[in-house]
Design a protein around this ligand. Structure first.
Ligand SMILES: *[C@@H]1O[C@H](CO)[C@@H](O)[C@H](O)[C@H]1NC(C)=O
Ligand SMILES: *[C@@H]1O[C@H](CO)[C@@H](O)[C@H](O)[C@H]1NC(C)=O
Length: 513
């Protein structure tokens, strides 16, 4: 009963036990990590000289990897142990070798499968070990074949063997056989010896010096974990620019390339004076009532205006001047004082042009890209706030031709080359032009912006020289962003319905492509 192995294979069987131990360990049953660490320390203490990690794993019945983990964690604790990596060569059973070790040689299994009444040769050959076992058993003369048997060739035992021992002789590494049962493998392991501060008990190393330790003086007895400067840090959470900000960056880049200076737009609240009156927008204009504009209740009014300029604005609205007859109505400072959420960044342009007029005139090119607010009916393309992109150029003798030229230069940088201009009306520009571009996808002309030359009624009260013209144009930031990122509903771009994943995933914006 059983299979007799040579001492050589018996030793290999020992290593098979490791395999079953491995299986146990990886099922997480017997030993926890700390258990392995403590058992390993025990082995190292008892060992003469040192312990090989493979042997230790076999001895403890754990997976070698688990033991290596224990070695690493002990190394991290300081000089408890020293571990030297080494490679050794081992014999291991191949798959077939393992099968033989477990179930006996093929010929023994063939012999064992044949009942006293015999077995058809074809049935025998169907067994996985049949073919090899048959020829071996035949040459050992344990079996015979009755070829003339009715129902096909039949195999019978020829001997009565009391034993089913099979002797497998040791295979040499260079045996000329295709059936290599043991295999010679290189195995990496650690040679573990006691370190300078070896101990079988692990004192937990402190990672932090606490106020309590200092107060009680217990820090003197504690062991502190050394800093690991090799450790990888935690990947920091990083911010993601909103698509609007990505597109804004691109527009800003275009303006900067064209030599424009950014205006300070960091005030969402503006007085009606700078938002409307300074732009020669009459106080009865429908844009100035609460159906279009958000008024502030607190503080409701602004007080700090350049007084002489305010007087000139009042005069040009009510009486005219500078060749204009004005609007001929009673201009009220109370109306101009009303604080609002700015309805356009042109309010900032007005402030900047007024400032410019207070100095000796030099030509300027200004731009701004920022948020404005209007009491709009909300729908798929309109919100009560959006971003306005605005360009302003002030120089002596500028004409409509200059405006068209600069619009061509600006939109070419956006990749838009086919432009058309349509006369339009704006309260503060004359002439005014809507800008259209040919949309290759939609196969039609679409509006891309608004533009014009600021009226003398706006510029001259500021104090700008008479020969200075100011040309300007504006467009929204949301429209090109929605087109660029394929967003159809503005509420998916701005507001509480924005999917943050969309923000994370939206690629870098390159306008010209
Ligand atoms: C196997 O053969 C190689 C070269 O063919 C030789 O170097 C090696 O020593 C041999 N091994 C044994 C165990 O005979
Ligand atoms: C916005 O306009 C609507 C009418 O269009 C009006 O009823 C509402 O009060 C306005 N909102 C504000 C905050 O002024």
């Amino acid at each position: 009963k059983g299979t007799l192995f040579s001492p050589f294979l018996t030793s290999l069987l020992g290593s098979r036990d490791v395999t079953s131990g491995l299986f146990q360990a990886s099922q997480g049953s017997s030993m926890a990590d700390t258990g392995v660490v403590e058992s390993l320390l025990g082995l190292v203490e008892k060992a003469d000289g040192g312990v090989d990690s493979l042997e230790a794993a076999a001895g403890l019945g754990v997976d070698h990897q688990l033991l290596v983990g224990a070695v690493k964690s002990l190394q991290a604790l300081g000089d408890l142990i020293s571990a030297e990596l080494r490679s050794s060569k081992h014999w291991e059973l191949s798959g077939e070798g393992t099968e033989i070790a477990e179930q006996g040689s093929h010929e023994a299994r063939v012999f064992g499968s044949i009942p006293p009444q015999g077995l058809t040769q074809s049935d025998l050959m169907k067994l996985s070990f049949g073919k090899i076992g048959f020829s071996k058993a035949m040459s050992s003369k344990w079996i015979r074949v009755d070829k003339a048997h009715e129902g096909g060739p039949r195999v019978f035992r020829t001997v009565r063997i009391k034993f089913t021992w099979t002797v497998i002789t040791a295979f040499s590494e260079n045996r000329s056989s295709t059936r290599v049962l043991p295999a010679f493998r290189t195995v990496k392991s650690y040679w573990i010896t006691k370190g300078s501060s070896f101990s079988t008990t692990i004192t937990k190393q402190e990672t932090e010096l606490t106020p309590e330790m200092i107060a009680s003086g217990s820090w003197k007895e504690k062991k502190f974990k050394p800093y690991n400067f090799q450790a990888m840090g935690v990947a920091p959470d990083c911010g993601h620019m909103h698509p609007l900000m990505k597109v804004r960056t691109q527009f800003r880049q275009i303006f900067l390339e064209m030599g424009f200076t950014e205006m300070p737009t960091n005030n969402f609240i503006e007085s009606s004076f700078w938002n409307f009156d300074s732009l020669f927008q009459p106080q009865q204009h429908p844009a100035r009532d609460q159906h279009d504009t958000f008024f502030l209740s607190d503080p409701a009014l602004a007080h700090d205006f350049p007084q002489d300029y305010l007087e000139r604005v009042k005069k040009v609205h009510s009486e005219g001047g500078y060749g204009s007859q004005g609007y001929k109505y009673a201009w009220k400072v109370e109306e101009a004082q009303k604080n609002i959420l700015r309805t356009h960044t042109t309010a900032v342009s007005a402030r900047m042009l007024y400032k410019l007029a207070q100095q000796k005139f030099t030509p300027v090119k200004y731009f701004s890209i920022d948020r404005v607010f209007r009491n709009e009916t909300l729908d798929a393309t309109h919100l009560a706030e959006f971003h306005q992109i605005e360009g302003v150029v002030a120089d002596r003798g500028l004409t409509l031709g200059d405006l068209m030229g600069i619009l061509h230069a600006f939109f070419t940088k956006l990749g838009i080359t086919k432009l058309r201009f349509k006369p339009a009306y704006n309260p503060y520009t004359e002439p005014s032009m809507e800008v259209f571009s040919y949309h290759e996808g939609l196969k039609k002309w679409v509006e891309v912006g608004n533009s014009g030359v600021f009226r003398p009624e706006m510029l001259l009260p500021m104090g700008l020289p008479e020969d200075v013209s100011v040309i300007a144009w504006g467009l929204s930031l949301e429209r090109p962003t929605m087109i660029k990122y394929g967003i159809n509903n503005i509420r998916e771009l701005v507001g509480h319905k924005v999917n943050l994943q969309m923000v994370y995933d939206s690629p870098v914006c390159r306008l010209e492509s």
